[in-house]
Write a protein that binds this ligand. Sequence first.
Ligand code: ADP
Ligand code: MG
Length: 624
Amino acid sequence: MHPSPEAGPIVGIDLGTTNSLVAVCDAAGPRVLADAEGRQLLPSVVRFVRGGAPVVGHEARARAVENPVDTVHSAKRFMGRGFAESAPAAGGLPYALVEGPRGLAAFGVGGAVVTPQEVAAQVLGELRRTAEASLGVPVRRAVITVPAYFDDAQRQATRDAARLAGLEAVRIVNEPTAAALAYGIGGSRERRMQPETIAVYDFGGGTFDVSVLQLVPGGPDDGEFFQVLSTAGDTRLGGDDLDEAIIALVMGEIRAQFGTALDFPPAARQALRTFAERAKVALSAAESTTLEVSLGGDRTYRRTLSRAEFEALAAPFVARTIEACRRAMRDAGNPEIDRVVLVGGSTRIPAVRAAVGAFFGREPYAALDPDLVVALGASLQASVLGGGRRDLLLVDVVPLSLGIETVGGAVAKLVIRNASIPTRATEMFSTSVDGQVNVGIHVLQGERELVADCRSIARFELRGIPPMPAGIPQIEVEFLVDENGVLSVTAAERRSGRRASVQVVPSYGLTAEDVDRMERESFAHARDDMHRHRVVDLTANARLDLKWIGDALGRVREQLEPAYVEELEAAMMGLKGHIAAAEHDARAVDANAFQQAKEALDRLSIRVHEVAIAASLRSAGAAR
Ligand code: ADP
Ligand code: MG
């Protein structure tokens, strides 16, 4: 039985310890909804005000220092937990943990006793308003995720929170299951033929957990075909600890530099925490960052923190997560792991990714934003439960061709549409400018020949290529589309061994109509496109030829017969004319004549190249 469509959309909600999100899955696939300010992450923080409405999210988090005793964060840790079992862990909390109804943990805030469900209800209510504003319809139903280790009481508390927020929790889904679904694992019945074992590594703000899941072949079609083989983790280990480690370093150095008498009032500590988190986030992308804390008067503490220094601070925490991975693997009977999925903001840290990859012996999935992946998966589950299907894009072929941008705005296709997956393709490319040390790789999707007519799906840079003349570096680009439709693009330069890669899910954001339209357009423009592509390529290659010939001629002009030089220069002029015409209007160019001119020059230039090579061999010999 399907719910009636009048019931409105079912959203997917990631109710996190640190941040919460709401997503919806429509014809274009899953997407996270943003609030009026464009923010997707809602801090799971609520301030309770005596006699007033609670303050939820960004504002509550920003002003937590000023209102420490009335601001609840990390309420998820106490959902459905008894007061007695929670009390020992309540030590460092700025707000009061009290005994609530039925001996459960609650908070004494804003002059009242507030249960964790009520805190979660505030967060869910805010997400519901965001969804309603974004979708323009009432939202009454949600799929909500919880950690795999949540027991029945914790799951029931989550349902109660939803009800308080006016939402029906149509299903409670495990966070690792949602993450796997977001990657298309188990997404179609056809692909569910072999059992697949997946490790989901979730390193968030305040908690860490890892789950080993098994896809049960031929399970029902509603997402309940993942079996949790084991889970391990640490509910007191997260990105916050990394912030604390930076704070400890900074406070130690400040005391050493400016005297031990300095104390740090709460406002100063909060400021330090903000600095520390910012520095940590910056170091996921940059090699170093600057920390600067003004201490009043003319005293300023300032230092640069390198990624290596931060990694040393983070190492013990990362090691603890890997220990948990080892436990989870042992508890699951040390199965062969087919896929590793990264979840949680802290998995953006390169050292974390590397450690996870090394432990499991395979590159983890990171194509989707690790803070969004659980919400995206929840929305996919919601859409299946709501009767919406995306079969068309979940079949086992590549729906649109995949390629990269080449000189002049043309697209070199590596994977052709309808290729069955998994599929792999490689092609060699080179640089177009002398001494080029960085190459931008632009990944495109579509059937047309030029970049402007295709869909841009990713960009990355291959850096640190040794300087060489244009056209000499050999850059191998590999496209790999795996069973789940996840694309990995890797570029590697042969000589230096430098490599860089990116992962994307090309079907995200693509509707069945988009696919049809792009296919139709490619037919309509096939002839014209092919011509333009040919002219663009000819232009790029002719430029390179002219440059090489010009260089060689400059070096050995004196050693060549004047008549030959004259003939060569005339041929060069002729080719330049074709290039100029192509730049003016590629459509009007006679591509055959252009190609013949290029080939004639190539033949004619053999002599100048030979003489130039001989000359350079002689001078190399002389130098020795
Ligand atoms: P939770 O699941 O606990 O709600 P999230 O998955 O939202 O948490 O993760 C939040 C954590 O991720 C925070 O500690 C935050 O500082 C950290 N984080 C977010 N982005 C980055 C980044 N680029 N580099 C390192 N840490 C990050
Ligand atoms: Mg999370």
